[in-house]
Design a protein around this ligand. Structure first.
Ligand code: NDP
Length: 522
C-alpha cells in the first residue's frame, strides 16, 4: 500500500548531553532551515533527550522521492467520493421511513426497485439541501472560531518537535505554540444550550429533522475548505517584499509561525493526492496562534457530534416522555469520550494527525463531517427504532466501557507524559529503548504490552457504544466494524512511518514488543 517516502537523511549519531530543559530553538521558539544543500545541524529538544542532526537540502526536493498511501491518486479520488456517499448511505438506508436493513437496501440498489429505500427521503427530515441548514452549519463553525478567539486559553503550549519538509524540499525541525481552550469552548456552548433550551430559544431536537441537510452543508463546507487550504499552501511563493512586511508584523506581536511547512506525505506534486492528504502540515494564517488543524480536530466536529446526540435524546424525550437506558448509555459514553479529549487537549499534539499528516480532505472531512454525522448513528438508531435494553445488559456494557476507557486513557497518558517530560515520576521508572533518532521508545508499561494498546482500549469502547443498540440490525455496528479497520490500517501506517523514523531501532522495538494491538491476539 505504501511505497517509498521521502526520508530525512539518516544521521550518524551526533548528540549533546541530555538536559531536562534545553534552550529554546530560536528567540521565537522556532528554527529556520538554512538554504544550503545537504548539511547536518542540531535540532533542539525540550524533553531531555538527545539532539538529532537534521538533514536539510536539495536531496529531498518534493518532485523526487515520494510515496503514496491510500492507493495513491486513484485511491484518494475513490475515497473522496466514497466518504460522503457512505454518510448519505447511512441516513438513507437507516431511518424511520425505510427501516435499517442494510442488506435489503443493498439488494434494492442492485435490483433498482421502484420503492427502494435509498431513493426515499426520510419523512421526518428536511430535504437533502436547505439554505437554512447551510447558514446553521456556517454559524456553528463561526461560533466555535469566535469562542476560540475570545475565551482565555488555559494553556498556550509548545507542541512536540515536528520534523518535516519545508517548501522547496528542505527539512525543518521546530515547535509551534498552540492556543488550547477546547474545553472552555465546550463548557460555554453547553451553558448557552442549556440556557437557550430553558428559555425556549434553542430546540436541539430540531437537529434530527435537519440532519440530512446539515450533512449536505457539512460536505460542501469540507470540499470548499480543503480547496482553500490546498491553494493557500502555495502562499510560500510570495514576493520578497511581502516577506519583509510579514517579518515586521511578527516582530510586533511576538508570534512567529515561520514559513509554510509542507507535510512529507502530502507534497508529492499530484494535485488530487495532495489535496486529499493535505499539502500543508499546520496551516496558520497571519501571525496568530489559530491552528486550523488542531482547532478542527477537537472543537467543531467533536462538540457538534455531542449536540447531534443530545438533539436525538431530546427528540426521544419529546416523543416518548422518557429516555431509554440505551439512549442514556450512548450519550453518556460519547460525552465522556469527547470531554476526555477536550480535557486532555494537549495530548492531541503528540498524535500522528498533528505531527505527520497534512491538513487535507482526509482530516477536514473526517473532523467536520465524518465524526459528527456517522459517530452519532447509534443515538439516531436508538431514537428511530425505540431501542431499550435490560439492566443486566446495561451493567455488562458499563463494564466494557470502563475497561476500554481505562486502557485508552492510561496508555495515551503514559506516552504523552513520556514524550513531553520523561523525568515525570509517573514514567521515570519505565524501561525504554534508546534510539539513534534521539526519541526513546517505551518497552515497559502499557507500551510494552502492545505497540498500540491504546487502540485496543478505544475499540473496546466502540463496542460499548454499539451494544446498547441491541441485535435487531447490523446498521448500528457500522462504527465498530469501520473503526476496527481504521485502527488496523492506522497501526500499519504508523508502523511504516516509525520504521522510516527509527530504522533498525524500530525493528529492535518490534522484536521486544511483539503484539500490535491486542495482547496475545494481534
Ligand atoms: P498514537 O498516540 O498511538 O501515537 C503514535 C506515535 O507514538 C508514534 O508515531 C510514535 O511517535 C510514538 N510511539 C510509538 N511507540 C512508542 C513507544 N513505545 N514509546 C513512545 N512513543 C511511541 O497515535 P494516534 O494518533 O494514531 O492515536 C491517538 C489516540 O487517538 C488513540 O488512542 C486512538 O485510538 C485515537 N484515535 C481515535 C480516532 C477516532 O476516530 N475515534 C481516530 C484516530 C485515533 P514518535 O516516536 O515520533 O513520538
Amino acid at each position: 500500500m505504501v511505497s517509498t517516502r521521502r526520508t530525512t537523511k539518516a544521521p550518524s549519531s551526533s548528540s549533546r548531553p541530555s538536559s531536562p530543559s534545553p534552550p529554546p530553538a530560536s528567540p521565537r521558539g522556532r528554527k529556520r532551515t538554512p538554504s544550503a544543500s545537504t548539511i547536518l545541524r542540531s535540532g533542539t529538544k525540550k524533553n531531555g533527550e538527545e539532539d538529532i542532526p537534521i538533514s536539510t537540502g536539495k536531496e529531498t526536493k518534493n518532485h523526487q522521492k515520494h510515496g503514496y498511501e491510500f492507493g495513491g491518486p486513484i485511491g484518494a479520488i475513490c475515497i473522496t467520493i466514497l466518504l460522503p456517499l457512505t454518510c448519505y448511505f447511512l441516513v438513507f438506508a437507516c431511518n424511520e421511513t425505510t427501516g435499517c436493513d442494510f442488506i435489503e437496501s443493498i439488494i434494492g440498489l442492485a435490483e433498482k426497485k421502484k420503492n427502494f429505500s435509498l431513493l426515499m427521503i426520510p419523512e421526518k427530515m428536511t430535504p437533502v439541501f436547505s439554505l437554512e441548514s447551510c447558514v446553521l452549519f456556517l454559524g456553528w463553525i463561526g461560533w466555535c472560531v469566535m469562542l476560540h478567539a475570545l475565551l482565555p486559553a488555559s494553556i498556550v503550549k509548545e507542541g512536540v518537535d515536528i520534523i518535516s519538509g519545508e517548501s522547496g524540499g528542505e527539512k525543518a525541525r521546530f515547535r509551534l505554540r498552540y492556543k488550547l481552550n477546547g474545553f472552555r469552548v465546550f463548557m460555554t456552548t453547553a451553558v448557552a444550550c442549556a440556557v437557550g433550551t430553558y428559555f425556549g430559544q434553542i430546540q436541539l431536537r430540531s437537529l434530527h429533522a435537519k440532519f440530512l441537510s446539515l450533512l449536505t452543508a457539512g460536505c460542501a463546507f469540507a470540499f470548499a475548505l480543503t480547496t482553500f487550504l490546498y491553494v493557500a499552501s502555495f502562499r510560500v511563493n510570495k514576493s520578497d517584499k511581502s516577506k519583509k512586511k510579514e517579518k515586521k508584523t511578527r516582530k510586533s506581536d511576538g508570534i512567529d509561525n515561520g514559513p509554510v511547512v509542507l507535510a512529507n506525505g502530502g507534497n508529492t506534486g499530484n494535485v488530487a493526492y495532495d489535496w486529499f492528504i493535505g499539502r500543508e502540515l499546520n496551516p496558520r494564517f497571519s501571525n496568530s496562534l489559530f491552528d486550523a488543524k488542531v482547532f478542527c480536530e477537537l472543537t467543531p466536529g467533536l462538540i457538534g457530534w455531542l449536540l447531534l446526540n443530545f438533539g436525538f435524546m431530546h427528540e426521544q424525550y419529546a416523543r416518548l416522555g422518557f429516555i431509554t437506558k440505551s439512549m442514556v448509555l450512548v450519550n453518556a459514553f460519547q460525552l465522556m469520550y469527547v470531554v476526555d479529549a477536550l480535557w486532555n487537549e494537549p495530548a492531541i499534539l503528540t498524535t500522528m494527525d498533528v505531527t505527520t499528516d497534512g491538513f487535507g480532505f482526509m482530516l477536514v472531512f473526517g473532523d467536520l463531517v465524518w465524526v459528527p454525522f456517522t459517530y452519532s448513528l447509534q443515538c439516531r438508531y436508538i431514537l428511530e427504532n425505540n431501542v431499550d435494553i435490560s439492566l443486566a445488559m446495561t451493567a455488562f456494557i458499563v463494564i466494557v466501557q470502563a475497561t476500554g476507557y481505562y486502557v485508552f486513557r492510561q496508555s495515551n497518558g503514559q506516552k504523552n507524559t513520556f514524550r513531553t517530560n520523561p523525568n515525570d515520576p509517573s514514567v521515570r521508572h519505565l524501561k525504554s529503548l534508546k534510539t539513534k533518532r534521539g526519541t526513546n521508545l517505551l518497552i515497559s508499561g502499557w507500551w510494552g504490552i502492545a505497540r498500540h494498546v491504546n487502540y485496543f482500549g478505544d475499540w473496546l469502547m466502540a463496542w460499548a457504544w454499539c451494544l446498547p443498540c441491541g441485535f435487531d440490525h447490523v446498521a448500528p455496528y457500522f462504527y465498530v466494524a469501520y473503526f476496527g479497520v481504521l485502527l488496523v490500517h492506522r497501526d500499519l501506517r504508523d508502523g511504516e512511518q516509525c520504521e522510516l523514523k527509527y530504522g533498525n531501532d524500530w525493528k529492535r522495538y518490534c522484536d521486544i514488543v511483539r503484539f500490535r494491538i491486542i495482547p496475545y491476539v494481534y
